[in-house]
Ligand binder design. Structure first.
Ligand code: BES
Ligand code: MN
Ligand code: ZN
Length: 507
């Protein structure tokens, strides 16, 4: 775990392996952005040589050079910020700083310490630099035996230089950055773990272990308890696997909390598609089909660590979607928790089946808000690509608030509709609803399916405000690493959920 500290010392004398400074690109070439912290002579010689050493200021370019005698650090890393900030009092938005800091820590893996000289005049900037640096300081070596040493260890200590170093709010922001980064890393670890090593029971055990020393209660329903409770969706998806399903429920209920937020995350530990088998090309990425579940578990733990004043329940329905002689078949009908029947036309549309059970169960407690997060549809990736998640909701305000939380956190998400006319395409010949409908707009059809299972508000005044976040695209990075995002599990969505809960808690 990487440590984060703030310092207002003269960077000249800070003992660190690397000083990280920013470079932006302007029409006249690269511009040094060091928050005014480098000693003058070094600053001007560096600025003069940028072009010559091929530094462009483009985002994700990190160039490391010897630091020279003017500073105690051994090296200087120049991290790209993208287009130069223009206008009077121009500043870089937090996400630009977060990505530049994260790209730097990724590039500096293998060294022990890094000190960031980026514009850090206000709290949001300090928080973003700290967060980006910590989130970028990640590696996953669990499955390496002979090649562990080939993976450079993440930077172990990060310092952000800022005049706010002694400030109480800045200290709180730095601590928050640590909790958030740990939570993002937990999501990544769970996603990256080989699915053979993480069947539903092992996932549940991992959550129980992670929750230790947090003020969070964890309950795990095994296959027998699920059968007694009538969780037909989770059980149906789990039928094909020799490794039975689970439902994990976490509760964080701090004294004085006024609101109750229910989080639900899809936990398919591996999605082969079942009898409606997926093609082999790219199937390995389906180990990430539990990313939503990992996200809600990590989010509630982060909120508990920060003692955020809001009651949160997190539900993770876990199953492995496998084809076998015991698997459910296309046209089977299952009875979801609470009694609604579903005709399973396609066993690969399994996420909505496990989520249906969890949404009904969560609704029974009449929380003020329900948010589910899931790698639900390939259509999400088609619609929004690999970096944007989609937000759908039965409540316009809630969808807007989640979008605001995403934007504030630096997570790319975009609102999507739930068009009523698509609902009829899921009418079943034999059951209350089918798990598949119109192919076009498949992401929205999936959202409409989930919407059916949302329960009534405690006061009977309509449905519980609910939102659905489809993270199929951004939860797993198969392209090149960028900013603070490595290949593999990304943790996308975690920061939005944490921010949203904090906003609700703050009233
Ligand atoms: N887990 C997949 C969705 C997915 C696809 C996530 C690609 C990440 C990347 C989901 O269970 C699925 O298979 N959905 C089907 C639904 C269809 C059968 C209605 C899909 O999107 O093709
Ligand atoms: Mn599937
Ligand atoms: Zn799936």
């Amino acid at each position: 775990m990487t440590s984060l500290s703030l310092s207002d010392k003269d960077p000249k004398s800070i003992k660190t392996d690397t000083l990280v400074v920013g470079v932006a690109r302007s029409d006249d070439g690269p511009v040094l952005v060091d928050g005014g912290a480098l000693p003058r002579p070094l600053r001007s010689s560096l600025a003069a040589s940028l072009r010559g050493i091929g530094v462009t200021g483009k985002a994700d370019q990190v160039v490391r050079i010897p630091a020279g005698k003017d500073v105690a650090a051994a090296a200087i890393a120049l991290t790209g910020l993208g287009p130069v900030a223009k206008g009077r009092g121009a500043s870089y938005d937090p996400e630009t700083l977060r990505r530049a800091a994260g790209a730097a820590t990724r590039a500096l893996a293998g060294t022990a310490s890094a000190t960031f000289l980026l514009p850090a005049k206000d709290l949001a900037s300090v928080a973003a630099i700290g967060e980006g640096a910590l989130i970028g300081a990640y590696s996953f070596t669990r499955h390496r035996a002979r090649t562990t040493a080939e993976v450079q260890a993440p930077v172990s200590s990060v310092t952000v230089v800022t005049a706010l170093a002694g400030d109480k709010d800045a200290t709180t922001a730095a601590a928050r950055a640590g909790h958030v980064a740990n939570a993002v890393h937990l999501v990544r670890d769970l996603v990256n773990t080989a699915p053979g090593d993480l069947p539903p029971a092992a996932f549940a055990d991992a959550v129980v272990a992670a929750a230790k020393s947090h003020p969070v209660k964890v309950e795990v329903l095994d296959e027998k308890a699920l059968a007694r409770g009538g969780y037909g969706g989770i059980l149906g998806v789990g039928l094909g696997s020799s490794r039975p399903p689970r439902l994990v429920k976490l509760t964080y209920s701090p004294r004085g909390a006024k609101k109750h937020l229910a989080l639900i995350g899809k936990g398919i530990t591996f999605d082969t598609g079942g009898i409606s088998l997926k093609p082999p090309l790219g199937m390995e990425a389906m180990k990430s089909d539990m990313a939503g579940g990992a996200t809600v578990a990590a989010a509630i733990l982060a909120l508990a660590r920060m003692r955020t004043k809001i009651k949160v329940t997190a539900w993770v329905p876990l199953a492995e979607n496998m084809p076998s002689g015991t698997a459910q078949r296309p046209s089977d009908v299952l009875t979801t928790y609470g009694g609604r029947t579903v005709e399973v036309l396609n066993t690969d549309a399994e996420g909505r089946l496990v989520l249906a059970d969890a949404i009904v169960a969560a609704s029974e407690e009449h929380p003020d808000t329900i948010i589910d997060i899931a790698t639900l549809t390939g259509h999400q990736v088609v619609a929004l690509g690999h970096r944007y998640a989609a937000i759908m909701a039965n409540d316009d305000d809630l969808r807007g608030q989640i979008h605001e939380s995403a934007t504030r956190s630096g997570e790319t998400m975009w609102p999507m509709p739930l068009p009523v006319e698509l609902r009829a395409s899921m009418d079943s010949q034999v059951a209350d609803i089918a798990n598949m409908g119109e192919r076009m707009g498949g992401m929205l059809v999936a959202g409409l399916f989930l919407k059916e299972f949302v329960g009534d508000r405690a006061d009977g005044e309509g449905k519980i405000p609910w939102a659905h976040v489809d993270i199929a695209g951004p939860s797993y990075c198969e392209g090149q690493p960028w900013g603070y995002t490595p290949k593999g599990g990304t943790g996308h969505g975690l920061r939005t959920l944490v921010d949203f809960a904090e906003q609700v808690a703050a009233g």
